[in-house]
Design a protein around this ligand. Structure first.
Ligand SMILES: [Zn+2]
Length: 463
């Protein structure tokens, strides 16, 4: 939704903005959710009930095709395999992945072009970027199939949660569809093509909770799709004002869902929460089923391994390493997500053989607050980092409501312009009242549990 940051969009009347959102929504629905999407969704709904052996066979087949392609067309893997004297035939099953090196965010940041396939394209290409929890912005490229697969994976989860295909849903994430300067409702736009009410998490405050709840009710949404902390802030404010909704499900993702937030969200929206886990790099995908025992890892989506960190860590802490099976344009094999877990759950009683991913309690959270009463969770702050570059790591420290320091571990290519660009982007999301200063530092450490505190707030804790 890059158009939403353009001045022509922001100057348009709201009715025209709804049309623009629907137009792009329709274009998105046609390209992302066409025949290929339906076919993949059908396949995923069948494989959902595979046995462990069937999953292994499926993963091995997909992996062999990925490795052959990567050896043939992707310079990074050709080099890595040649260096080790490996041919594609040496990687027959997921157990053989251990013969290949791990890939780090730094590898992708510094050698982006070497990860791109030179093979003829499978349809359109989709650029995306991530800042990740360590604030290292990455440029990523996905092919049409990978995008369709992502949509089908999300829809499979929404259907498990109880939302039928194209039923009305409200979305509370960081889509910048509402200009930051807008201080009156509507703080949402309608994507008619997907029956979706897109609400702006950036505009949410306790005073506006009733407006948001009324919008969800008025739109006739049966489900809410949200980043956990805005969903919690809205739910908490609704309960304080004695407002309740009666939805079928709330689906959360993109940052940790804290155990104490879940019952508040469930009470305010009158339904269960179904959490999921993914990353911009799309190397693995976890989703909560109707038993809510943890996140089922989708074997069709990626292969997951666990890696012990080299730094001084608490016992049992391992890093999630993923191999995405569906993006041939930019394959990421044995990619270190920098997400950490510290426990392994028992199998789920629901009957699905997909293994469970324990809660990612080490994915750092953090909230920024603004002088006008908004709480901005780190995954919303992520949006401000999109399009910025040349940082190895960043950390945001809020000392006062109107003052934020950004620590930067610069990459070699870093210039003052990169810093100014970041300050301008943060200001556009947080408002002119917040003063942002930059500090260049050598490194930012992780805790023993693997936690990387991206946002540090020195304000009084939230209620
Ligand atoms: Zn289950």
């Amino acid at each position: 939704m890059k158009f939403a940051e353009k001045s022509w969009y922001q100057r348009s009347p709201i009715a025209a903005q709804n049309l623009v959102v629907s137009f792009y929504g329709m274009a998105g629905r046609l390209v992302r959710n066409g025949e290929e999407f339906r076919r993949i969704l059908d396949e995923l709904e069948q494989s959902e009930w595979y046995t462990p052996e069937q999953f292994q066979t499926l993963q091995d087949e997909k992996l062999r095709a990925l490795i052959e392609h990567s050896y043939e067309y992707v310079p990074f893997y050709r080099e890595a395999m040649d260096e080790r004297g490996l041919k594609p035939s040496d990687i027959e099953t997921t157990a053989d992945l251990a013969k290949l090196p791990y890939v780090t965010k730094e590898d992708v940041r510094t050698r982006m072009n070497d990860f791109l396939s030179t093979a003829p394209e499978r349809g359109r290409l989709y650029p995306s970027s991530s800042s990740g929890t360590t604030g290292t912005p990455l440029e990523l490229l996905r092919d049409q199939y990978s995008v369709s697969f992502e949509q089908a994976s999300l829809w499979r989860h929404w259907r498990i949660a109880g939302l039928g295909l194209w039923e009305r849903r409200a979305t509370l994430r960081g889509h910048p569809v509402v200009p930051q300067s807008q201080t009156k409702p509507p703080y949402w736009r309608v994507n008619g093509a997907e029956n979706q009410l897109i609400m702006s998490g950036f505009h949410l405050s306790d005073e506006r909770a009733r407006d948001f709840a009324d919008a969800i009710r008025g739109f006739g949404a049966v489900a809410l799709e949200a980043i956990p902390s805005p969903a919690y802030f809205l739910a908490r404010a609704m309960l304080e004002q004695d407002i309740r909704l009666n939805l079928r499900c709330v689906v959360t993702g993109s940052e940790p869902l804290y155990p104490e937030h879940r019952p508040v969200i469930e009470e305010a929206f009158g339904c269960k929460v179904f959490d999921f886990y993914g990353q911009s790099e799309r190397v693995c995908f976890g989703m909560e089923c109707e038993r809510h025992t943890g996140l089922h890892l989708a074997p069709e989506y990626g292969v997951v391994e666990y890696r012990e960190p080299e730094w001084d860590h608490d016992e049992g802490v391992v890093e999630v390493v993923g191999t995405g099976l569906n993006n041939l344009k930019m394959p990421l094999i044995r990619y270190r997500t920098e997400d950490f877990i510290s426990s392994h759950p028992d199998p789920c009683p629901c009957g699905r053989a997909m293994p469970l991913l324990p809660p990612l309690d080490t994915r750092a959270g953090g909230i920024l607050r603004t002088p006008d009463g908004r709480n901005i969770a780190y995954s919303l702050v992520n949006y401000a980092f999109m399009g910025t570059k040349n940082f190895r790591k960043t950390q945001l420290i809020q000392d006062e409501l109107d003052r934020i320091r950004v620590k930067i571990v610069p990459a070699d290519e870093y210039t003052e312009e990169d810093g100014k660009h970041l300050v301008a982007k943060l200001t556009s999301y947080l408002g002119e009242d917040v003063r942002i200063t930059l500090e260049i530092v050598d490194d930012i450490e992780r805790s023993r549990s693997g936690k990387y505190q991206w946002i540090v707030s020195n304000l009084d804790p939230l209620r």
